[in-house]
Design a protein around this ligand. Structure first.
Ligand SMILES: C[S@@+](CC[C@H](N)C(=O)[O-])C[C@H]1O[C@@H](n2cnc3c(N)ncnc32)[C@H](O)[C@@H]1O
Length: 328
């Protein structure tokens, strides 16, 4: 899931052995930002190997930051650094052992679980601000009772994320990684990972789709009946294809009359912008993009639409066949 081309952010690290494992596998750590909630001093007191691990990471070019709280990391300029991350990883999030034993029902249902869930929710909310549509947010978590009751997938859903994959997690896949309890007198001890999974989330496309839907709705009211055109330029590769621009337009009584390949070369001086934090003034690679040209749906346009689709796909779609029947 991880490679040296990705900009990777790790949060809630214990003794930084997971970050170091990735750095060793990549041969360099210049693409890694590794963080802990603990300060450097706390870290060195808590974990016997932390000092060596952090120093080795830094020698390999890793950006190491301490005192990073997942609730506020999207506003922490040391983390934001104008970077859009490809992967953000939190292994075994846990609010600490302040509420009794993990298996006590009081701990699970009254105190502990909620505190842990708050950490995860805060993480999802901040992490969402630091990735784009193709970026992934990973949480590794135990999947046996009582940990199932944290409902990691649901928490992600509630915060506008989709769980796109769940993969079994095995520590042997990460040589050198020593998972840590992270708090209490045994903070430097490992805990049995048992049955665990990495839950991989992406931002839900529906927020973007909502924007497009609203744009289509208002522009349809403003555009001329017969000749008016509504143009949307959009990336056509995955995951952007998931926005289903044409379907959204059709649902709004518009029809696609043409799809034209888009290139910035046609528009000298045009500098496309990200438009939102953290690098709003930067351009993004346009890659494979098209301008979708829509008109209000009329009977004549239905014919045009059919022609266009026949040319494009070599055969009529189900919808077009239905239109053919109507025309007949
Ligand atoms: C069970 S330990 C896991 C440590 C490490 N990720 C590992 O896999 O070994 C839980 C970690 O969550 C971190 N943590 C808890 N609350 C946090 C918060 N609000 N922001 C950042 N990290 C947090 C703790 O500092 C601790 O390192």
């Amino acid at each position: 899931h991880y490679n040296n081309k990705q900009k990777i952010l790790l949060v809630g690290e214990g003794d930084f052995s997971f970050s170091l494992c990735l750095a060793k596998a990549f041969g360099s750590a210049t693409n890694i930002t590794a963080t802990s909630l603990d300060t450097r001093e706390e870290l060195e007191q808590k974990y016997k190997d932390a000092k060596n691990n952090v120093e080795e990471l830094e020698r390999r070019g890793c950006t190491v930051i301490h005192g990073v709280n997942v609730h506020s990391m999207d506003k922490d300029h040391r983390v934001v650094r104008s970077i859009v991350y490809d992967r953000i990883i939190f292994n075994f999030p846990h609010a600490g052992f302040h509420f009794g034993r993990e298996t006590d029902s009081y701990t699970i249902f009254l105190c502990g679980r909620r505190q842990h869930q708050e950490v995860v929710k805060g993480f999802f909310l901040s992490a969402k601000e630091l990735v784009d549509a193709s970026g992934e947010i990973h949480v590794t978590h135990k999947i046996a009772h009582p940990f199932t009751s944290w409902n990691i997938k649901t928490l992600g859903e509630e915060k506008g994320l989709n769980c796109v994959r769940e993969k079994e997690f095995y520590t042997f896949q990460y040589p050198g990684y020593s998972n840590k309890r992270g708090s209490g007198i045994d903070c430097d001890s490992s805990f049995p990972v048992g049955l665990s999974s990495t839950f991989m989330f992406k931002k839900k496309p529906w927020l973007h789709q909502e924007l497009v839907r609203e744009f289509l709705k208002s522009s349809k009211k403003m555009v001329k009946d017969k000749d008016g055109e509504i143009h949307i330029t959009h990336k056509t590769a995955h995951p952007f294809s998931e926005w289903k621009i044409v379907t959204l337009a059709e649902e709004n009584g518009l029809c696609l009359t043409q799809e034209v390949e888009f290139s910035k070369w046609y528009f000298p001086g045009y500098s496309n912008k990200k438009g939102s934090r953290p690098r709003c003034n930067s351009s993004f690679p346009v890659g494979k993009s098209s301008t979708f040209i829509f008109k209000k749906r009329h009977r004549e346009h239905d014919k045009l639409h059919q022609c266009y689709y026949r040319k494009r796909k070599g055969k009529p779609s189900h919808d077009e066949e239905k239109n053919d029947e109507l025309d007949a």
